[in-house]
Design a binder for this molecule. Sequence first.
Ligand code: AMP
Ligand code: ZN
Length: 143
Amino acid sequence: MSRGFSRWADNPAAAMLSFSQTTPERIPMPDPNCLFCRILAGEIPAKKIYEDDHVFAFEDINPQAPTHVLIIPKKHFAGLKEAQAEHAEIIGRCHLAAAQIARQRNIEHGYRTVLNVGPGAGQSVFHLHVHLIGGRPLSWPPG
Ligand code: AMP
Ligand code: ZN
């Protein structure tokens, strides 16, 4: 005997559908003009290094060190300057993914995570990304 739901509202799927219909603003859409959203969508190729439900990491196309990986949230927002309290967790997740990749690559003795914020600091892609740079001596202060 099948376990049907006598009322549609009793079906768990109804609650999910209702959520997605009534709160579309909570489901950020990819930005079709954003390079990194297009990489996430598979429209532009990238060498994937790591992925989970929340973050995606890939090789930088113009590496500044033997390891130069970009870690990005799967949901678009422009950068640290635009971040809200709701982004605190994903910013942390990007850094934890960087630490995990650094461990896998045995560069734990010294690596750098970098957020370029704004054009004056060299930000050229406005989808938040953490640079993981390592595998060579890193001087301070950075340029
Ligand atoms: P930023 O200058 O901090 O905004 O960093 C953007 C980074 O994206 C730079 O290091 C670029 O080399 C890198 N980048 C640009 N286009 C691509 C691409 N198609 N695939 C991988 N990395 C890219
Ligand atoms: Zn984006």
